[in-house]
Structures are given as structure tokens and as C-alpha cells.
Design a protein around this ligand. Structure first.
Ligand code: ZN
Length: 658
């Protein structure tokens, strides 16, 4: 644990709020301190109000902001005086607490203040930092965690037993602090939760956090309980497990009641952890800190029996719900973490981003469990405490913040020829609808087309069967299955009449435009069949199917054959709930092959201006890649849920087709 403080960076900060932003980001950069929205920080600043009177304002992290990327706008300014009065109340309900926090801010557009705002208010220091540091949680999550914390810190920290976050925790902290704090106090440890540090300057508070967490790390190192390594295990190759993986994803989606992304992680500790003889004892106790429950659920699924897991989850809900203050609706009973000796770790989420967060959190959980085990035994909170946080309205509100999920949330699409033109536009259209997209292209640039969590670019020659199979296996390993296919890759060698057409050229066009699509469809069929909403295939055909032109025999014949292949697939695969539809675009000029010069020369050839040439159709409209891609995406959506085997022109109207 090292301080990342840089005097030069700090000097660039003009005031205490900017310094607060600076050190909050320093905390956020270390994933062993805070993860995905965890932790919070504050600063107390005296300000003049509209009437010239001075008042103290607590700038506390707003809900929905991440410490790593927080900005000044991410801090909610709440009147400190009011918070202190609230802290003195004998009781305060959660909804009223949130109401009080929100209605006593000095900026209407500020985010909702952290639920730990009152706790920050009662600590009599200008700067307060709070993290869920792995090292501290590792020590507290053991049978004698409290004694170990006292041995590490002596009277430097106030120790607070576990209480759920919110008003009661703030009250308890106030009591403990009043009873135990002295001039030597620099922090506060919340058992099974995390640690606070405080100080009069941003640097003091931040560096105290680093020092305190560093002490816990040293303690763990002395006890051989820090960075516990597991023997490396060799994972089964993706190809050997993808069908089972897709079945697991189908079961998880069915239990969740919606399509789910399931990502396999075989790296480092996951596989070795999943293969340990004592994995059941270690993993079936509960999360490292209660707020992880909304991401990971209380327990991972061991093995692949989703049905039994769901039944156990229902039993857990029925056992604890009656004790809740108000009635709760059960969340979906599907697991978010799966530990399987062949898979390693599988992380499930409604989006690739969510699944990545689950894997991140569980990675830290494994470290904490292994560390605590080395100290003598991992001890999580009882199920009842976890239930309280899982079904706490304020935690659930965090998840609902995103609103209604997009149309293709949790679904996976594969698009070929995806680096440019219609293929790239299809990637954009599908990602915009929430799908995870696997993009194949011959160009190496495909792998860096997007750095989003729901994108996987694979350089791949679609005419090479082995490369296609490997790409499909990678796709399923990354996202859990394939729900949609966009058959777009193709080549158009024009300008050659039949009497001069070399056999090799003809065969090359057939291999890429036709054969590759047969292989892709055949290899993807087992996955499309498992799609929770039914599989969908969109074929990017051509106007040349209904209206061929001279000089493009190979191209026109390949697209016509592909069209016939799609029609047969529609007949054969309907029973598997797979729909397949074709689009026939024409004269889409915003693609790689149409340079300004080529366009100008073609237009001249027909005696037209470039603009007339582009709009040379019945509707006199220009057809873009985006037009085709948007329709391709819609063909996969609910509007066309009852359509298969259709062929739709996207050509502005062509008199020969009509
Ligand atoms: Zn906390």
C-alpha cells in the first residue's frame, strides 16, 4: 500500500473541494480499496449563503458516482447543521432519511447524497475517507476479527461492530466515537464492512487511510495471509466446454426471467479456487462485505444445477422475508457467480458490464476468503444480515437507476465483415440496443474497434473453417451464447463477363459469400437454438438477387444461393424457434469500396452528377449503411417476432425489383 499523493497535482487544486476530488480519485484507483461505486468521501466547507450568513456544508459523495472518476459535480452539498440535528434523533426511517438529505442540499441539481452522509457529518474532521479495503475486511471476517483489529491498531482506531449502513450505523458510530476517541484517533474500523480515516487536510486523511490499510496488509503478510497464491491449473480449452457453457447460460436466463450474459474466467486463481477440495466450505458462507450482495447474490452456485440453486434462493427469501419491516418482492433467483471445476468462474449479469463487475468483485472476494482462511477461517455475516442489505430499498434503488433495460440487454450478436460499412453500422445498431457484439473481420483493426465491455472484435478469415470455429468458441466463452447472427461479410469483384470469368475467381466468391455462411450457420445452430428469446439470423443480401446485372455473375449467383440457403434455413429452423430474414440493399455508397473517385467516375459513366447517381432510385433518396443496419437490428427485435423467411429491399425503390 503506497500513497499516490503528488505535491504537484495537489498544488493544481484551487480549493478544498478540488483536493477532495483529487484524493477521492487516488483511492478509487486502487481496486483493493474500493470497487465499483463502493466507499465514499467527504469534506466540510464553510460557505456564505444568499443572505451573507456563513454556513457549513458537507460535500459528500453522491450516489451513482464512482470514486475513481468522481468530479466536483459528484459531491452532494448538504447543510451540516441539519445533518447533526438528524444524528441526534432517536430514530429515522430510511425513506425519511433520504428525503431529509435531498431536501437540505444547497444545489438542486446535485446527486442524492450517500446513505452514509450522517456518519460523515458526525465525525469532527474536515476530511473523511471511507473504503472497504480488502486487507481490513480479510482481518475482520475471521472468528477473532475484532481482537486482531485491536492488536493491529491499538487505540488508533475506534472499533464498531457490524450494523447495517444507514441511520442506525451513524448513531452507533457517534456513540462509539464519543466513548472511545481521543487525540490519538485517526480512524474507525467497521467490522465486516470497512474502514474510515479522517484528518484536517485532504493529504492527512488520505495518507492515514493508506497507512492504516498498510498496517493491515503487513499483519496479513506476517501471517502468510496476503496474496495467497494457488497452484496454477490448466483450463479446458473453450471448444471443449462451450456447449455446456451455453446450456448453463440458458438455465441461468430461464431462472432470471430474461437473457443473461455469462462470462467464463479461467485465469489465475479462479480455476484453482473452483477446483479446491474445500471450495464448498469456503464459498458457501457469504460475501466479503454486505453491499456486494446486490451484484453477486449471497452465495455462488457450485457446479451447474441452476434449478436447485433457485429453490434454495426461494427458501432463503421465505425464511427471512417475514422478519422484514415491510413486504418484499422476491428478486430473480438466478445465480450471478458460478464456480465449476471445468469452467472456473462464470459471472452472470444483465449486461456484459454487469457481468464484468461481478467477476471483479468475486476476484477480490476470493483473495479475502483465502487470506482469512490462512488466518484460521473465513467468517461471513449471517444470512439474515445479508438479506437485510440485499432487500434494502436504498440498495435496490441503485440497481434500478439505469431504468428499463434496452431491447437486447443480455443478448449476444455475431456480425461478420464488421470493421467497416454495413457490418460496422450493424455493430453500432446492435450495441445501441444493449446487445453484446462479437465482430469478425479480416482486418486486424477489428480487435480495437471499441473498448466497451460488450464488444469483442476478432480478426478472422470467414472462409477458414477452423478460424470460424475458434472465433465462435471465444465468443461463447466471453458472453455465454449466441442469440443473433448478422451475415454480412462478402466480396464484390465486378466487371467480368462469364466468357472471361476464371474458375478460381468464381470459387473464391462462392467460398466467401456462400460457403462461409453455411459453415457459420451450421456451427452456430446449437447456440441459436438455446437463445432465450429465440435465435435470429439476418442475411445481408443484395438487389442483385431479384435483379442481377451484367458483369457480376459470381457475386449475383453467390448472393442468390445464399438467399436460397436462408429460405431453407427458415423452413428447417422454425421448429427450433430460429428466425431468418434477408435484406436486399442497393447502392450503399458510404462503404470502404466506394471512394470519391470511383463514385465520380461511375456517375459520369451514367451521365449523372454524384448526387443524382446516389439518389438514382424511385424515392430519389440516398441509402446509407446506417439505414440498412437499423433495419437489420429491428429484424432481430420484437417488431418482426412473427416474421421468418422474408426478403426486404432497402434500396429507395428499384423499378426492376418492384
Ligand atoms: Zn461502506
Amino acid at each position: 500500500m503506497k500513497s499516490l499523493w503528488q505535491d504537484a497535482d495537489a498544488k493544481a487544486c484551487g480549493n478544498d473541494l478540488q483536493l477532495r476530488v483529487y484524493t477521492s480519485r487516488l483511492l478509487g484507483r486502487d481496486k483493493s480499496l474500493v470497487l465499483h461505486g463502493g466507499g465514499n468521501t467527504s469534506v466540510k466547507i464553510a460557505e456564505k449563503n444568499l443572505f451573507g450568513a456563513e454556513e457549513e456544508v458537507l460535500y459528500v459523495k453522491g450516489s451513482g458516482w464512482d470514486l475513481e472518476t468522481i468530479a466536483e459535480a459528484g459531491f452532494a452539498p448538504v447543510r451540516l447543521d441539519h445533518l447533526k440535528r438528524l444524528a441526534a434523533l432517536p430514530a429515522l426511517s430510511d425513506p425519511e432519511m433520504v428525503n431529509q438529505l435531498v431536501t437540505h442540499q444547497t444545489r438542486a441539481a446535485a446527486p442524492v447524497p450517500s446513505v452514509e452522509a450522517i456518519l460523515h457529518a458526525i465525525l469532527p474532521y474536515r476530511f473523511v475517507d471511507h473504503t472497504h479495503a480488502d486487507a481490513v475486511v480479510t482481518v475482520t471476517n475471521t472468528a477473532d476479527g475484532e481482537a486482531r483489529i485491536r492488536a493491529i491498531y491499538g487505540d488508533k482506531v475506534v472499533v464498531v461492530p457490524y450494523v447495517m449502513p444507514g441511520f442506525d450505523l451513524a448513531r452507533l458510530c457517534a456513540e462509539r466515537f464519543a466513548a472511545a476517541a481521543g487525540p490519538q484517533t485517526v480512524g474507525m474500523v467497521l467490522l465486516n464492512h470497512g474502514i474510515f480515516s479522517f484528518g484536517d487536510t485532504a493529504q492527512e486523511s488520505y495518507e492515514r487511510m493508506i497507512a492504516l490499510v498498510g498496517q493491515a496488509e503487513s499483519y496479513l503478510q506476517e501471517h502468510k495471509a496476503w496474496h495467497v497464491s494457488l497452484p496454477a491449473a490448466a483450463p479446458l480449452p473453450a471448444a471443449a466446454v462451450v456447449r455446456d457453457l451455453a446450456r448453463l447460460r440458458a438455465d441461468i436466463s430461464a431462472a432470471a426471467g430474461a437473457p443473461m450474459i455469462v462470462a467464463r474466467h479461467t485465469g489465475g486463481k479462479f480455476l484453482a479456487f473452483a477446483q479446491r477440495g474445500d471450495v464448498a466450505t469456503l464459498s458457501q458462507q457469504g460475501p466479503a462485505t454486505p453491499d456486494h450482495v446486490i451484484r453477486t447474490k449471497r452465495l455462488p452456485l457450485l457446479g451447474r444445477d441452476v434449478k436447485t440453486y433457485s429453490e434454495d434462493y426461494r427458501a432463503y427469501f421465505s425464511a427471512h422475508e417475514p422478519q422484514a419491516k415491510d413486504r418484499k418482492t422476491m428478486l430473480d433467483p438466478a445465480p450471478r457467480v458460478v464456480l465449476d471445476p471445468a469452467f472456473g468462474l462464470c459471472a452472470a449479469g444483465r449486461s456484459a458490464q454487469d457481468a464484468a463487475i461481478v467477476a471483479d468483485i468475486y476476484g477480490h472476494t476470493v483473495d479475502i476468503i483465502l487470506g482469512a482462511t490462512a488466518l484460521g477461517g473465513y467468517r461471513a455475516l449471517p444470512a439474515r444480515d445479508i438479506f437485510e442489505v440485499e432487500y434494502w430499498d436504498l440498495e435496490q434503488a441503485k440497481l434500478k437507476k439505469g431504468g428499463k433495460p434496452p431491447a437486447f440487454a443480455g443478448e449476444v450478436a455475431l456480425v461478420t465483415g464488421a470493421a467497416s460499412g454495413i457490418g460496422k453500422a450493424c455493430v453500432d445498431a446492435l450495441m445501441a440496443r444493449g446487445a453484446a457484439v462479437v465482430a469478425l473481420d479480416l482486418q486486424a483493426a477489428i480487435s480495437t474497434l471499441s473498448d466497451k465491455a460488450n464488444f469483442l472484435g476478432i480478426q478472422c478469415d470467414v472462409a477458414d473453417e477452423a478460424q470460424l470455429q475458434a472465433a465462435i468458441a471465444r465468443a461463447v466463452e466471453k458472453f455465454g451464447c449466441l442469440d443473433m447472427l448478422g451475415l454480412n461479410a462478402g466480396i464484390f469483384p465486378g466487371g467480368c463477363r462469364i466468357e472471361a470469368l476464371p474458375t478460381a475467381d468464381w470459387q473464391r466468391v462462392m467460398r466467401i459469400n456462400l460457403d462461409a455462411n453455411l459453415v457459420l450457420m451450421r456451427e452456430c445452430h446449437p447456440f441459436l437454438k438455446l437463445a432465450p428469446r429465440g435465435g435470429r439470423v439476418v442475411v445481408i443480401g443484395s438487389k442483385n438477387v431479384p435483379a442481377p446485372g451484367p458483369g457480376a455473375a459470381a457475386y449475383s449467383a453467390s448472393k442468390a444461393a445464399l438467399n436460397q440457403l436462408a429460405r431453407v434455413a427458415a423452413l428447417e429452423w422454425g421448429g427450433d424457434n430460429i428466425r431468418i430474414n434477408s435484406l436486399h440493399p442497393n447502392a450503399v455508397f458510404d462503404t470502404g469500396i466506394w471512394t470519391e473517385e470511383v463514385l465520380a467516375s461511375r456517375a459520369k459513366h451514367y451521365g449523372l452528377t454524384v448526387d443524382e447517381y446516389k439518389r438514382n432510385n424511385v424515392l430519389k433518396t440516398e441509402v446509407t449503411s446506417r439505414d440498412v443496419a437499423e433495419l437489420a437490428a429491428e429484424l432481430c427485435g420484437p417488431l418482426f417476432a412473427k416474421t421468418t423467411g422474408a426478403q426486404i429491399p432497402v434500396d429507395g425503390g428499384n423499378d426492376r425489383v418492384i
